[in-house]
Design a protein around this ligand. Structure first.
Ligand SMILES: [Zn+2]
Length: 212
C-alpha cells in the first residue's frame, strides 16, 4: 500500500520512525489496521542513496500485513518515483532517447530502458485507468492520442491535474501522485487494476508533514 506522503526523501529519511504514518483500513475488510513492525529499505534520488523506514500495518481479522510505502517510491524499485517518471516522460513523450534521459537522471542505461519498456507494455492499462480516474475526479476526458505511450502520459497528466484541484495533492507532483493511486505498481509486472481508487476509498488526501 502507498500513502501520499508529502515529505521529501531527505525529510522522511531524517524523521525515521517519527513520521506521522496514516493508519489505514484493511483493503480486504475495511477494518482499521494496527502498526506491526516494519523494515528498512533504500531509496536513490539524485545519485544519493537514503535508507528509509517502511512500517507495516496488520489486519487482525484477515491475519494479513501490508507494507506502507511513501509515494516517493515505487514498489520493488530502488530509484525514486520522480526519477523514474522523468525518464519515462522524456522518452515516452518523444523528447529524447533512453540514453540521454538515463544520463541526465544519473541512472544506468539498462535500468532506464527497463522502466521505459515496462511502461510501454503497460501503457494501454495505465492510459485507461488514469483517464477514468481523471473523469472520476472531475477532469476532462482524455482522447487517445498518437500511440499508447503518449496516451498513458496524457492520462497521468490529466488525472494529476484533476487531483491537484483537491486539497493537498498539487505539491506532490504527477509521479508521486501516480505511485499513490497505483499502489506503487505503476510499472510493476503484475496488473491488479488498482487505479479506480476513489470508489474503494483508497484515494486519501495527503497528510500535512509533522511540524519540526
Ligand atoms: Zn482485513
Amino acid at each position: 500500500m502507498v500513502w501520499p506522503c508529502p515529505l521529501t526523501v531527505d525529510a522522511y529519511a531524517a524523521a525515521g520512525r517519527d513520521v506521522r504514518f496514516p493508519r489505514l483500513d484493511c483493503p480486504g475488510c475495511a477494518v482499521p489496521m494496527t502498526f506491526w513492525s516494519g523494515y528498512l529499505r533504500w531509496v536513490r534520488q539524485a545519485g544519493c542513496c537514503r535508507r528509509i523506514f517502511v512500517p507495516r500495518l496488520r489486519c487482525g481479522p484477515c491475519g494479513v500485513s501490508h507494507a506502507l510505502l511513501p509515494a516517493f517510491v515505487l514498489a520493488w524499485r530502488l530509484d525514486a518515483a520522480v526519477t523514474i517518471g522523468l525518464v519515462i516522460g522524456q522518452v515516452a513523450g518523444g523528447a529524447c532517447g533512453v540514453r540521454p534521459a538515463a544520463e541526465r537522471a544519473g541512472v544506468p542505461h539498462a535500468t532506464a530502458r527497463g522502466w521505459v519498456r515496462r511502461f510501454a507494455a503497460r501503457a494501454p492499462q495505465i492510459g485507461a485507468g488514469f483517464a477514468a480516474l481523471a473523469v472520476e475526479l472531475g477532469g476532462p476526458a482524455v482522447t487517445p492520442s498518437a500511440g499508447p505511450r503518449r496516451f498513458a502520459l496524457a492520462a497521468v497528466g490529466a488525472a494529476f491535474a484533476a487531483a491537484a484541484a483537491l486539497p493537498g495533492w498539487a505539491g506532490l507532483g504527477a509521479w508521486r501522485f501516480a505511485s499513490a493511486v497505483s499502489g506503487g505498481r505503476l510499472i510493476a509486472a503484475n496488473i491488479t487494476s488498482p487505479f479506480l481508487v476513489v470508489g474503494k476509498r483508497r484515494f486519501m488526501p495527503p497528510i500535512p508533514p509533522l511540524p519540526a
